[in-house]
Every structure is written in structure tokens, then in C-alpha cells.
Design a protein around this ligand. Structure first.
Ligand SMILES: [Fe+2]
Length: 393
């Protein structure tokens, strides 16, 4: 048994309709002015009005900003950080999916740490030294787990790559998780964000940095996703499935914030930077093929994943049971009508070299369950190009 440290500094408030309590929560935190960061769709919605009304009814000023974009860039992050600085707000609220929450985490960090976000991205030379401004995350998707994680993914448009600021000091202080906010999510977004959560859970559970607490969270998240993602996609109004997916995304976020990630996120970040492939779709397209390659690195854990996803492994050898996990993920992708091959998202063999280069530069590749070199990444991409898993059992 190895030594480990597990961190989950975020207070979690979970429940149907809890988002409307945001005003009281801000007041209890001693806030005088809240700054809400969200995207243009939510900006036009009744939800933002309700959040603003709740905050103001509690005697707290409220400023809103609804111009965030998916895959926030360095430039946008620095711009929003300057707007927040001028507002004199004392609490930030991120309302939306992974992009506004990641943006808000970097913006909160830049309120107390000097310079541009570019300085704090991987390879940028600066480290976060001061605690970020208090941040409340209200996720409207069940996927990124950004509400409890230490990473803020920002796109460097110059280098065409997604990089991250990763530091304990940028973890949101509070996650307000209200599954009612998820019922309007369209099936395709439910599917792609759900695959992101599943990838977090599987990659953290099998990473070389895995430890008992992140394992417990990751494996339970895998089970919840296996039991609920199909229903959440097929019937978005099913509150039990929505609630279980929201919990799964949060558990998977806490799991990967501690246990780390692997090659699937390396390839997804490269695809996102080069081709703007949506993060969850990129993860889903790669996940079963990467699992097929990775399962020799930890047969026991990949067998656990197969069982958690409902596969009947009775009578199978350990290797066969481990391989069954990749097939279970492939079946899930097909059932939720998510892309399951690279051609389905417009990627061909000619795109491989920069994807492989970007993946090899991914910091967390070092904790992937198998040591991978360029040829292995190419093998995973070739399998994803074919859209077929080997008949390993
Ligand atoms: Fe992710």
C-alpha cells in the first residue's frame, strides 16, 4: 500500500432547486457584490434572471457577464479578468458547462496573482502563489467535474493547443449542483459531457497515481454512468437519471483531480486545440480504443470497470474480462448515438502527425497505465480510424 494525499476542498451543496438559494449562500459567505460569469445562451435565459434575482433579494449586488465562449482563449481570459477587477466584486459565480467554469477559475486566480493567464499555463514559467478569489461553480452539464477540480483548460490560439492552469488554489470554494438545471440539456450534449465524465472516472481509476479514495469515487462514478447515461440521453426529463449523472460527474471530477488522467485526455486536448473537436466527443471517440491498448497495464482494474458497466464476466479469463470493458464502452457510445470513430468527426490519417505530437507533450501521459510512445498513439488513432475494436474475447 502506498502513501497518498487526497484533497477535496470544495463544499458541495446538492439538490433539486438548490440554484435558487444562491442569494442566501452569497450572503452567508459575507459577499457584498457577486460577479456571474456565463455564456450567451444562458445569458438570454430565464435561469440567469432567477440567479440575479435570488442574489439581489439577499441584499448582495450582482454584476453579470454573458460573453464567454466554448474553449476559452488566453485573450478572453485576460479580458474577463480585467472586467472583474474593475467591478470590485468579492465573489465570482460560474454558471454553465466546463468552459465558463474553467474560464472563471483562471479569472479568479488572476484577481490575486499578477500577469496574464499565459504565464500560468503549462510551460509558462509562473506558479500560482496566492489563493484565488472565492468562486462558486454552478454546473449546467454533467461532465467536466470542473466544479471540484484543480484544472482550468485554456486554449492557446497562437500554438493551436489547449493547455491548463492546474493548482489546488484555483479549486472552487463551493459547488452548487442542481440537477433541475440539466433537464434542458439536449441529448447530444448529455451524451458528450457524460462521456467526458466516464473518461475522467476510467482514466483516474487506472492511472499510476490512483489511490484508494480516488479509486472509490472513480469506480462508483463508472457504475452510475453505466446505469444512467442511456436514460439521461433518451429522456432528459428523468430526474433520477439526471441527478445520478450530476453526482457521477462530480465524483469523477474529484477522482481525477487526485488520481490524474491519461492518454485519452492527451489526444482529446490535441484534437480540441487543432480541430476544435468538442472535448466530450473527442474523449468518447478515443476511449474504447485507448482502453483496448491500456488494459494490459492493469488487467484487474479494467475487469472491475467491465463489471461496473454491467458486463457479465463469469467464465471469462482475467484478460478477457479486462478487454470486455472496452467493448462495454463501445456499446454505450453506440447506444447514446455518440461518434465512435475518427471519420465520424471528420478526422483522417493525414491529421495524425500533429495529434501525436500534441499527445506526446501531454503532461499526464506519464501516469497512463502503460508507457506509450509515438507508435502506440498512432496505433490507438488507427484503431479509432477503423471504428472497430479487436474481437479480443
Ligand atoms: Fe475531461
Amino acid at each position: 500500500m502506498k502513501d497518498f494525499v487526497f484533497r477535496l476542498p470544495t463544499k458541495v451543496i446538492f439538490g433539486l432547486g438548490k440554484a435558487k438559494e444562491i442569494g442566501e449562500i452569497c450572503k452567508e459567505m459575507g459577499a457584498r457584490r457577486a460577479f456571474v460569469i456565463t455564456g450567451p445562451n444562458i445569458g438570454k435565459s430565464r435561469l440567469l434572471t432567477e440567479i440575479k434575482e435570488s442574489i439581489e433579494a439577499s441584499g448582495v449586488d450582482c454584476v453579470t457577464y454573458d460573453k464567454t465562449a466554448s474553449d476559452p482563449s488566453v485573450e478572453l481570459t485576460d479580458e474577463v479578468a480585467a472586467v472583474v477587477r474593475k467591478s470590485k466584486a468579492d465573489v465570482l459565480i460560474a454558471l454553465g458547462g466546463g468552459s465558463p467554469i474553467d474560464l472563471a477559475k483562471a479569472v479568479a486566480m488572476l484577481q490575486t496573482n499578477d500577469g496574464s493567464v499565459r504565464d500560468y499555463l503549462f510551460g509558462g514559467g509562473k506558479t500560482v502563489t496566492k489563493p484565488a478569489m472565492p468562486l462558486i461553480a454552478i454546473p449546467t452539464t454533467a461532465g467536466t467535474g470542473s466544479e471540484v477540480s484543480a484544472a482550468s483548460v485554456i486554449t492557446d490560439l497562437q500554438k493551436k493547443i489547449k493547455l491548463s492552469v492546474t493548482h489546488d488554489k484555483i479549486i472552487p470554494q463551493l459547488a452548487l449542483v442542481d440537477p433541475l438545471l440539466h433537464t434542458g440539456m439536449p441529448p447530444s450534449i448529455t451524451a458528450s459531457t457524460g462521456m467526458d465524465a466516464l473518461t475522467h472516472a476510467i482514466e483516474s481509476y487506472t492511472s499510476l497515481n490512483a489511490e484508494p479514495v480516488s479509486d472509490a469515487l472513480g469506480l462508483h462514478a463508472i457504475k452510475l454512468i453505466g446505469q444512467n447515461l442511456r436514460t439521461a440521453v433518451a429522456n432528459g426529463q428523468n430526474l433520477e437519471a439526471r441527478a445520478n449523472m450530476a453526482i457521477a460527474a462530480l465524483l469523477a471530477g474529484a477522482a481525477f483531480a487526485n488520481g490524474g488522467l491519461g492518454v485519452v485526455h492527451g489526444i482529446a486536448q490535441a484534437l480540441g486545440g487543432l480541430h476544435h473537436t468538442a472535448h466530450g466527443i473527442a474523449n468518447g471517440v478515443i476511449l474504447p480504443y485507448a482502453m483496448q491498448r491500456n488494459c494490459v497495464g492493469n488487467l484487474d482494474k479494467f475487469r472491475d470497470i467491465a463489471v461496473a458497466l454491467g458486463e457479465n464476466v463469469e467464465g471469462l479469463s482475467l484478460r478477457e474480462a479486462a478487454c470486455a470493458s472496452a467493448h462495454a464502452v463501445y456499446d454505450l457510445l453506440t447506444d447514446i448515438q455518440a461518434p465512435a470513430s475518427l471519420p465520424a468527426i471528420g478526422i483522417g490519417r493525414a491529421d495524425f502527425p500533429p495529434i501525436i505530437e500534441g499527445t506526446m507533450g501531454f503532461r499526464l501521459l506519464a501516469i497512463n497505465p502503460c508507457k506509450l510512445i509515438e507508435r502506440d498513439i498512432e496505433g490507438i488513432l488507427e484503431a479509432a480510424l477503423s471504428g472497430k475494436l479487436q474481437n479480443a474475447y
